[in-house]
Write a protein that binds this ligand. Structure first.
Ligand code: GDP
Length: 475
């Protein structure tokens, strides 16, 4: 419809024209650039290419003209991490029960992915999806939502693999850690100093040990030390000076979403800045809509939400993904336009990812194109294996497929390797080395083919088979 309007012709005529060009499309379908160009040219229209992100820019323009900024301190957003069974869920429940003024811990009410707790004049927001998956999936999508991590360590179990993983996540995301030594009621079964000692190996040091991390002893079961923990969070948050724009059109992040049979898509969002109002029109990832209803974590209808306050919103066109950003825009037409544009972009990206080269589809690609190069990035553990493998790889080259090692090195696979592979359609081979965290992020999002080997023979064999089109897919 939009294209027909722009070309000043009737929709059915345009569709007819498209059919004659072999393009089938529905009325509100978003067309890609080359299709539009083809139609325009064949109908004698001139093509003026708009700047790619003009739509997105117009949103920013709207926002900037909306109001004068009022800066205010917003509540901190906290995520609880730690090893399994160390008491993350119990601690969350315990903190939540301080909210419902119960002396006992437990007794969960509604789950919307986050809740906030009032402590005198202060507020703390907790993401109530314990564990690391939610945190990493947000990070993978480039969303930074957590201000403070509570690292739970059970005194009777000490530092464990997921404790270390949590520390690594927080470091990579540059989020400060408060250490909560839990199950302090079992003090006789553990050794506080030993835990502190182990944590110090990961640069987590309490103030009395000359460090900057706040340590709090708690018992989620016996409700001991919870107030100290909350005070510690407020102290840490003061240090962080979390000032944001507290007026004007809101923007924020989706933390959870699902489909409700009666109400349609429901998303829990956290406002990052501005004020979100019922009736606002939002673009949310590739979805959009007018907020018909907003509810707080207790299920009460609310009409406004300020920064860091979790709310459920109803009225979106589809289910957004955790980590998606939402932005309030001025009118529904613009929201729809941006969402549809993003959807078409999204499809393009998905398509191009599918097409990315991997060892299994190498052979098909060779047959189809003149590009007879197999580009490789090789990372190994020792200089010696580097030479041995590169030499053997070059020997496998055939007249049909020339092997081109575009980068080699000793050490783990880094983000640079991953980006290089994505940009040049190369395959990464890791020999006795692994990809680091930021590399994995790129590899996953860009769908790069990464393979690990520890035996040279297996590595060479896979490449040989791939060249011959005989490699059986991994999964
Ligand atoms: P999560 O896997 O980290 O979420 O751990 P949970 O919260 O599910 O707790 C694991 C187990 O430890 C449960 O059986 C809890 O009852 C117990 N637990 C949690 N906190 C404490 C505590 O402070 N003291 C004691 N003794 N047990 C606790």
């Amino acid at each position: 419809t939009e294209l027909a309007n722009k070309m000043a012709i009737k929709v059915p005529i345009l569709i007819k024209k498209m059919i004659s060009l072999g393009i089938t499309a529905s009325i509100d379908q978003v067309l890609d650039k080359s299709t539009v160009k083809l139609i325009a040219i064949t109908t004698g229209h001139k093509v003026i290419v708009r700047k790619e992100n003009q739509l997105e820019e117009s949103i920013i323009h709207d926002r900037n003209t909306s109001s004068n900024n009022i800066l205010k301190i917003r509540p901190p957003v906290v995520t609880i991490m730690g090893h399994v069974n160390h008491g993350k869920t119990s601690l969350l429940d315990c903190i939540r029960s301080t909210k419902i003024a119960s002396k006992e811990c437990g007794g969960i009410t509604q789950h919307i992915g986050a809740y906030h707790v009032k402590i005198k004049d202060n507020v703390i927001t907790f993401l109530d999806t314990p564990g690391h998956a939610a945190f990493t999936s947000m990070r993978l999508r480039g969303a930074k939502i957590t201000d403070i991590i509570i690292l739970v360590v059970a005194i009777d179990d000490g530092v464990k693999p997921q404790t270390i993983e949590a520390i690594q996540h927080s470091k990579a995301a540059n989020v400060p850690i408060i250490v909560a030594i839990n199950k302090i009621d079992k003090l006789e079964e553990g050794n506080l100093n030993q835990i502190k000692n182990e944590l110090s190996k990961y640069d987590l040091l309490s103030e009395e040990w000359g460090g900057e991390n706040i340590f709090v002893n708690v018992s989620a079961k016996k409700n001991i030390g919870i107030k100290n923990l909350l005070d510690a969070i407020l102290l840490q948050s003061e240090i962080l000076e979390l000032k944001v724009k507290a007026n004007g059109m809101a923007k924020g992040i989706v933390i959870e979403s699902y489909l409700n049979k009666g109400k349609g898509p429901i998303a829990t969002v956290l406002v990052k800045e501005g004020i979100l109002n019922q009736g606002d029109i939002v673009v949310c990832g590739i979805e959009y809509g007018k907020i018909r209803n907003m509810r707080d974590e207790d299920g009460n209808t609310i009409f406004t939400a300020s920064p860091s306050i979790p709310v459920e919103i109803i009225g979106l066109s589809g289910i957004p993904i955790a980590g998606d950003y939402f932005t309030v825009v001025k009118n529904e037409k613009k929201a729809r336009e941006v969402a549809l544009y993003r959807q078409s972009k999204f499809r393009e990206i998905k398509l191009s990812r599918k097409k990315r080269l991997n060892l299994e589809n190498l052979f098909d690609n060779i047959n189809k194109s003149d590009d007879t190069q197999l580009k490789l990035i090789l990372k190994v553990d020792m200089q010696g294996s580097l030479e041995a493998i590169s030499e053997s790889l070059y020997k496998i080259s055939t007249p049909q497929v020339k092997i081109n090692i575009i980068n080699v090195g000793v050490g783990s696979i880094t983000e640079t390797d991953a980006s290089l592979a994505a940009a040049s359609n190369a395959i990464i081979l890791g020999f006795n080395v692994r990809a680091d965290y930021s590399a994995k992020k790129v590899i996953e999002s860009e769908n790069v083919d990464l393979r690990y080997y520890s035996i040279i023979y297996n590595l060479l064999d896979d490449i040989k088979l791939a060249i011959d089109g005989l490699l059986i897919p991994k999964n």
